[in-house]
Design a binder for this molecule. Sequence first.
Ligand code: FAD
Length: 408
Amino acid sequence: MAASNRRVLIAGGGPVGLLCAWLLGRRRLPVLVCDDNSELQADPRAATTHPATLDLLEEDGLADDMARVGLVAPIFQFWDRPSGKLVAEFDHAVLKNDTRHPFVVQCEQFKTAKLLLERLHALANVEVLFSHEVIGVTQDADSVSIEVRGSDGLKRHTGTYLIGADGGRSVVRKQSDIAFDGFTWPERFIVFTTPYDFEQKRGYCPRSYFADPGSWCNCFKVSADGPPGLWRTVFPTDPSQPDADLTRDSAVQALMQKFFPSPEPYEVVHRNLYVTHQRVAATFRKGRVLLAGDAAHVNNPIGGMGLNGGIQDAANLCEKLAKVLLEGASEQLLDLYSLQRRTVAIEFVQEQSIANKKRLEASDPEVRRRNLDELRQMAADRERSRAFLLRTAMIASQRRAAALVPPI
Ligand SMILES: Cc1cc2nc3c(=O)[nH]c(=O)nc-3n(C[C@H](O)[C@H](O)[C@H](O)COP(=O)(O)OP(=O)(O)OC[C@H]3O[C@@H](n4cnc5c(N)ncnc54)[C@H](O)[C@@H]3O)c2cc1C
């Protein structure tokens, strides 16, 4: 196949789109990425990168670079907010025979995207167009085209496949008539970022989860612009309260003080509100259109699985797409991509992220006691702890995906 006929189009230059571009570009395939933003977004969303994902990002030292600009965090903790007691602590060291990275790396997603964009600049066969919004998608038996609105007007680009990595509101998914079933949580999730050092002042480790009847908090550290770093606290909101009330100083301080009483008010440098969904696309492939990342699946951020799933999609998809385009492998491989990644999005990421939320917010005293006891017992038993971590570290889902074979 001539190189010009092998061009892959990518809608969305978030971390998943840029990773796809890099994985395909490294294999010398021509790639065009269109992103509607004018530049990379300094987005305070994902940070936690799990062991299974780090194992996929070793090419060209990417995982090492992420650790260099982020933080290595081998341990996470569960706390009980009302009693203030530590419930359980899990150490990824028990996974030393399951992964080359028995720890998570806390690397903000804009840093991962920046590391990828720097690598893309070195590839002459990859073009990244910012300020270019994909507004239309058409395909036939031989090619796929996108209509793109940029500063120079409307343009049409044609390629052999299109990867929709354009986030949860994906135009590619909508234009391809792919359903996105699931539900939206009534409460929104609010993130406060503070320089308050929870580790030094309160003894919390850089990934700490707090259970509270009817509520919860994720408290985690990011390296930000360097030591001493910043801490992000994520809470659910009251669905009946308007945005302006939720982000008002008095409300911010009240929530912080409820979870982390302190004689001083907290310095809060960012406050962000998110609508949160649990949805999976009906298929990750429709002809020449392939979905990856949030365009294919969205979930609540407790456990930090959304972008990890997207990175795992990208690695799975690009390996198969390269085989189809460079080695003449059957397109059925792309159906296998959809089967493997969609199955684990449902069986693992949806299930685990919903279970994580329910465990933290349980309000029935008996259910709470059971949940916290179970965490204590798992942490105290090496084999149970390993089984739990294989799921949270997304190793079990990678193994499940690899074991799925096409239906005959
Ligand atoms: C508070 C919070 C914390 C989180 N923490 C974690 C975590 O610790 N670990 C984790 O794994 N996940 C986490 N997530 C989830 C993670 O942020 C997402 O899964 C991740 O951003 C998905 O990456 P993506 O590249 O698929 O989509 P996005 O990051 O949404 O990127 C999509 C890109 O496409 C562009 N785009 C959209 N439409 C168009 C169009 N029509 N044309 C061109 N471009 C377009 C967008 O501007 C954007 O640049 C968190 C989410 C939240 C809200």
